[in-house]
Design a protein around this ligand. Sequence first.
Ligand SMILES: [Zn+2]
Length: 302
Amino acid sequence: MRTSPALTAITTLLPLAIILAACESRPARQSATPHKLTVVTTLSVLADLIEQVGGDKVQVKALVPPGGEVHTYQPTPNDIKAVAQAGIVFYNGAHLEEWIDGTIRSAGKQDLPIVVLSQGLPTIVEADNRPNPHLWLDVAKAKAYVEKIRDALANVDGANAAYYSDRARAYLAQLDELDAWIQTEVDKIPRARRKLVTFHDAFPYFARRYGFSVHGFIVASPGKEPSARELTDLARRIKREEVPAVFAESQFNPKAMEVLARDTGVRVVTNLYTDSLGSGPEANTYIALMKHDVSQIVKALR
Ligand SMILES: [Zn+2]
């Protein structure tokens, strides 16, 4: 039987077609794993807020690891690389992570979307005329961060805008519950005992929202050691103003706090979380962190 030229062409082309199909199967398999938006942020607390909104559509990296100290953090060459590979960057601002500007500049990525979460929100201005950066410890302000995160993610990844919007709505409802829970817990503390002394000045927004007064802190800005004079003044104030307990944040050495406690006889609580999540379940999300801190504060002051 004579083979037709057309059939010959088909049989000789067939192995090629198989090879082409095999080549094509690789990109096909890749697109089966959904592409995630690469997000870089500074604080682990912010990384959690972004993950709550972004779900499995985002891959979030916090430059400062859980337990790290964000004010005095020294960025690494890997941080610059991470920013260069990011699809979007979020940071807190209000002079908290002043090292981030240099990191972003070194990454040299044109048109990188950058979102400063505290921008445009009313801030509490300190004696040195700088805004206090710890807005997120007021849940109402954390909600404003979440809304900004939702809008920014939808902007750079419009295909998933509805997904981000749904997740943000559910998470904002959880934050409303958290806010109400904190108020109920704080109500257990007699009004005259709602006094805070902490290691660094992280609680003015928290205090304003939940009805505390801030009676002092060990360091004006992290990285600076308090002088003997400052510690004596603070000890005197704690006695005079009958502050029931003092609190140290987990990322700082509690030694100065313990000296203060010894001098004043006041109770010291050393494991609050403020700028960084903890690695354990008691503070590995923003909501867990807030519940942990409020429980510790209520236990010590009520
Ligand atoms: Zn701080």
